[in-house]
Structure formats: C-alpha cells, structure tokens
Ligand binder design. Structure first.
Ligand SMILES: Cc1cc2nc3c(=O)[nH]c(=O)nc-3n(C[C@H](O)[C@H](O)[C@H](O)COP(=O)(O)O)c2cc1C
Length: 321
C-alpha cells in the first residue's frame, strides 16, 4: 500500500518527530511504500493565495475555489502544490503527524490542507464523503498533546479530544471520503521517563503493524441526507436500557455489558449519546440517543447486541428539534 505521512514539527529531535520516524520505519518494514512530507524540513509555504496557481482566471478578484476549478481544468497549479497533490492521490493511507497547538493542528499543516485539497481536482463536483477521493482509503491522526489525558476525557476543563479532532477527522478525512482510524495520541511526552517514551513508540509500532485490526469510525453516506446539504433522513431514537429483573443472570457485569454495547453502537456510527448509571448501581440503567432508519432496526441491533447480557430496552422516537 502507498502511505503518505504529512508531518508538522519544527524540531527533528521532538517526540512528535520520533513518532513520525517510527511510523515511517514500521510501515516500510511492513513492505509499504512510504512518502513523507516533512513540512518544516521542506520549508513548505502554508500561505494560500495566488501563488497556489500558475494560471489565472480572474485577475481582478481572487476567489480561491473558482481559481482551483480553473487550475484543475487547465493544469494550472503551482509545482509545489502539484507535487503534494500527486502524493496525496497515490496514498491509500494518509497520516497527519503533529503536536496539538491551540487545540488544533499547527498552521503549517492547516496551510498544506488549505492549498493541496483544491476544489475540482481533489474535491467538489460530487466528490465528497462516500464519493470522495479517499473512498476506500484510510486516514489517521498521530499527535502529541501537552496536557494530560484527564484534561481531555470529558471530565476535564478542556473539550473532549474527540470533539477537538472533528475538524480533522470529519472536516478533512471523512469529508474527502477517507475512513478515519482511531487517533494515536501521546499526552505529555515531556513529563515521561525515557522508558515511558520508548513504550509509547512501541505502542505506535504495534498499532501500525496491525492496521487492519483497527476499526475506522463509521461515517454516514451522502444519500442518507436530503439532497446532500439537507437534513438527515434518519430519525433519532431515545432508548432506556435496564438490567433485567433477577440480577445479571450471566457472566457479564452491568458495567461490562453497557460498555460493550455502547462501544459496538459507537463503532457502527449509530450512538449519539450514552449515559449509564454507576457501576455499583443495583438497578443498572442507561439512556442513549441512537441514529437509525427505523424503530425495528433499533430493536434488531439492540437485540443482537444484548442477547448475552440480560438487558431490556424501551425505545421512543425522538422529536426533531
Ligand atoms: C503554539 C503551541 C500551542 C500549544 N497548544 C496546546 C494545546 O492547545 N493543548 C495542549 O495540551 N498543549 C498545547 N501545546 C503543547 C504541545 O502540545 C506539546 O508541547 C507537544 O505536544 C509536545 O510534543 P513535542 O515534544 O513532540 O513537541 C502547545 C504548544 C505550542 C508550542
């Protein structure tokens, strides 16, 4: 497989750069072709303007997407952009490697996206989501983060990491058709011992050596939304889940059963929210909001998931708000 690693760190001795090196070496050892765009080392210019183009459609007014469409038609992209587009188009797996800066990717990487993902050649004209250039391909974030995981796990002062990564994993990867693989994240490498850092490098190597075991996040198809830009055709269902009377009745504890069920529904892209009572609650109850095309489908998937777990459900269709 062809891999493109787009790396955005200015220090080759940083932990982020070490992760990039491990990713490159591991994937090469697996027999893959690996291209690396090391943006600082290349002195990649992230400023998106007229110099994206060797062509000009409207010299009086720069409208980037219009110029991109024109450049796509006549082959009018600047050579630095064209080279990156060709790497992107060849890649079956796209890795973005970066340190989290201000809850986002560094500007040099954002600029790479702004310039390289051009309307016409890369996206647009029906090339989005499941018809995007990344359809059938995968993409993954490999990031270092200064703050500890407790700041980003939903109970910390910061938004959840999943939410912060949405502009990349959904806005760039999924929008262009790539299946987003679970992000590989290392929190606080500067506070780690050398042994801990080595263990994290090994964890990345192990994860990349078993890429096919990773389940990408499910992304809905364009056809599920009215005319693509309209509302979701699928309703939402509120589900109350309770442990059946008479105890757990099998080997799965309440906590394990509800965690397994929510994980599976999340993997299928159907779970919008999930709240379970505490692990020691004798009456085990959970509330969830599910995106499904019909009540029958909700009941079918809950039924198959809960068969072993002694759980029962009440399902209501939610009002559209
Ligand atoms: C400009 C800048 C912005 C940063 N923003 C954040 C941030 O939003 N959240 C955070 O946890 N750490 C932030 N950090 C810390 C970096 O994430 C951290 O230094 C880096 O991930 C450590 O990995 P490295 O040694 O590979 O650079 C920021 C650092 C810099 C330089």
């Amino acid at each position: 497989m062809n891999v493109l690693i787009v790396h955005a760190h200015h220090e080759p001795q940083s932990f982020s750069s070490a992760l990039k090196n491990v990713a490159q070496e591991t994937l090469l050892r697996q027999g893959h072709q690996v291209a690396v765009s090391d943006l600082y080392a290349m002195q990649f210019d992230p400023v998106s303007d007229r110099h994206n183009f060797s062509s000009v459609q409207d010299p009086a007014y720069l409208k980037q997407q219009q110029e991109e469409l024109h450049a796509s038609e006549i082959g009018g992209f600047a050579p630095d952009i064209l080279a990156e587009m060709e790497k992107l188009e060849r890649a079956d797996l796209l890795l973005f490697s970066f340190p989290l800066w201000w809850f986002a990717m560094p500007a040099i990487l954002k600029g790479w996206v702004d310039r390289v993902f051009a309307m016409g050649r890369i996206y647009g004209g029906g090339k989005f989501y499941d018809a995007g250039i990344g359809h059938g391909k995968r993409a993954m974030v490999v990031a270092t983060i200064g703050g500890p995981s407790t700041m980003y796990d939903g109970y910390g002062i910061n938004p959840q990491l999943d939410t912060l990564l949405q502009p990349i994993e959904h806005g760039i990867f999924a929008f262009n058709g790539y299946a987003p693989l679970p992000a590989f994240v290392v929190h606080g490498p500067a506070r780690m011992s050398q042994e801990e850092r080595l263990a994290e490098l090994q964890r990345l190597a192990d994860q990349l050596a078993q890429l096919d075991q990773l389940t990408p996040r499910a992304v809905p198809a364009v056809s599920e939304f009215e005319g693509f830009v309209g509302s979701d055709r699928w309703p939402r269902f509120m589900v109350e889940m309770k442990r059946s009377a008479g105890g757990d009745g099998n080997s799965m504890t309440w906590a394990n059963a509800s965690a397994a069920l929510s994980k599976e529904l999340r993997r299928q892209g159907k779970l919008l929210s999930f709240h379970a009572s505490a692990a020691d609650d004798p009456h085990g109850t959970a509330w969830m909001l599910i995106r499904e095309h019909s009540r029958d489908a909700v009941e079918r998937s809950l039924g198959s998931l809960s068969a072993q777990a002694g759980l029962r459900f009440s399902v209501w269709e939610a009002a559209r708000s």
